[in-house]
Design a protein around this ligand. Sequence first.
Ligand code: NAP
Length: 285
Amino acid sequence: MSAQILDGRALSTQFRAELQTRVAALRAQGIVPRLEAIVAAQDPASLAYVRMKRSWAEKAGMESGSWEANEHTTQAELLDQIARLNADPKVHGVLLQHPLPKHLDEDAALLALGPDKDADGITPASLGRLTAGLPGFRCATPLGIMRLLQHHQIELAGRRAIVIGRSVILGKPMALMLLEANATVTIAHSRTQNLADLVREHDIVVAAVGRAEMVKGDWLKPEAVVVDAGYNKVEGRTHDVGDCEYDSCAEVASWITPVPGGVGPMTVVSLLMNTVDAAEAQRKS
Ligand code: NAP
């Protein structure tokens, strides 16, 4: 195996220590950064993600809360809760943990969330700002990936990058951020033809698909940089696996993110950094 590791766990630990310092400074001025989550009560994976995000927030000295939507929750109750959080000056970041219960309109919820509280950077307002190159919250997962690449001084300008996946929360904003960093970007999706050949033309590969170990080592250009955002449960495996077949990709790549320990922790710390940015902006205003 030749690839060097893009270690999201190590970098997120460093960023969490920096966050503690920033939170302590805010607390000294009477502002306690607070993250609130809205989460589906009957979705164990979502509940576990929210528990972890809240635990990291609290370890950084922040406060957190969550509101659970269940099968009886009405759209009006959901929108009321969002309006309450929008209006509460003690709340700095609101996380709408996807997926909400199916009967609720998640798009309407995202449209209702105030852009100044969108710490996950996934509302249409935040994504529009990203597209326009305006300041605003950047989507936490691609932002975490950009931080990981920048920390390891991975050259992006002028290089060819492919993002496999075009979701609103991951693939599309990832492509826009790589473009903002002057990469030449291709977006692939389920209708893309000859994906393996296409991937082989690229220097940077971001897999954001949700298909266990789909990308193989022989799809890669030698020395490619591989970022694996996928998180997939596979029966019989003791931990989740990514969208890239780790061992074969690590043979060919120059850099690679492990799963777990790559993109996941960078996502969580970026969510918290956005929330603390919002609290600092409140102090300045
Ligand atoms: P999603 O909304 O289901 O989108 C998946 C994308 O992959 C779609 O654009 C789809 O194309 C594309 N796709 C599906 N099959 C494909 C194929 N055979 N070839 C090429 N493209 C294909 O998923 P998501 O929310 O973006 O999440 C993607 C993965 O990232 C999941 O494993 C998820 O768990 C993980 N994730 C991780 C984090 C983290 O913090 N680490 C955060 C978010 C998501 P179409 O558009 O054509 O359907």
